[in-house]
Design a protein around this ligand. Structure first.
Ligand SMILES: Cc1cn([C@H]2C[C@H](O)[C@@H](COP(=O)(O)OP(=O)(O)O[C@H]3O[C@@H](C)C(=O)[C@@H](O)[C@H]3O)O2)c(=O)[nH]c1=O
Length: 188
């Protein structure tokens, strides 16, 4: 049975599918719609994204796409380990501006569901991290938004791994949280 853990922020769910090993290697049902259905996740996945980061301390995020291209994401790690973060950016939410961080790794075999209405980002913890994630809306560059990963107003406790963070040019100049005009509104 897939282990399911609902995190403190609503809709953020961690899934750990079972893995059966034998003398050949292993087998695992890494995505199973019925497992998500059982948790009330009504999401249609339209795209799979894969990224590779060679250096530990690589930070990607915090990213989101605005409606009508808002994306839920289901994230897992094929190789290596990351600290994966979701920030509630739904205006009016009782947990607006709160974040959650979960270590995802190939070893743990866990996955994180980050619903639409959250900003998402991660830091790689080891060299050569390969990430695969499903998204529920197509890539829409005109609707992309980014919030500064280390914004003091968010106060995300990123892991101390003793290296300088590596960011894209875009992420290095991302919007401070105080200036971020969220396109999401809490629906209750
Ligand atoms: C996200 C994305 C990027 N691209 C292109 C644009 C660019 O040329 C190249 C790299 O894009 P980025 O620098 O935005 O990639 P990256 O910084 O890895 O962006 C990703 O970060 C994580 C944290 C997320 O949550 C994702 O949704 C996505 O925003 O890939 C696509 O073609 N399709 C896509 O869906």
């Amino acid at each position: 049975m897939t282990q399911v853990h609902h995190h403190a922020l609503s809709g953020v769910i961690e899934f750990t599918p079972p893995k059966s090993g034998d003398h050949r290697g292993f087998f695992s049902e890494v995505f199973k719609q019925s497992v998500l259905d059982a948790e009330g996740v009504e999401t249609r996945w339209v795209q799979d994204n894969q990224s590779f980061s060679a250096q530990p301390g690589t930070v990607r995020g915090l990213h989101l796409q605005a409606p009508p291209f808002a994306q839920a994401k289901l994230i897992r790690v094929l190789r290596g380990a990351i600290y994966d973060v979701a920030v509630d950016i739904r205006r009016g939410s009782p947990t607006y501006g709160q974040w959650i961080g979960v270590e995802l790794s190939a070893e743990k075999w866990n996955q994180l569901l980050v619903p639409a209405g959250y900003a998402h980002g991660f830091m790689t913890l080891v060299p050569d991290c390969e990430i695969l994630y499903k998204v529920s809306a197509k890539y829409a560059p005109d609707h992309e938004m980014a919030i500064r990963w280390n914004d003091p107003d968010l106060g995300i406790t990123w892991p101390e791994i003793g290296v300088e963070p590596i960011l894209s040019g875009k992420d290095a100049v991302a919007t401070p949280f105080a200036e971020f005009n969220t396109p999401f509104f809490y629906q209750g």
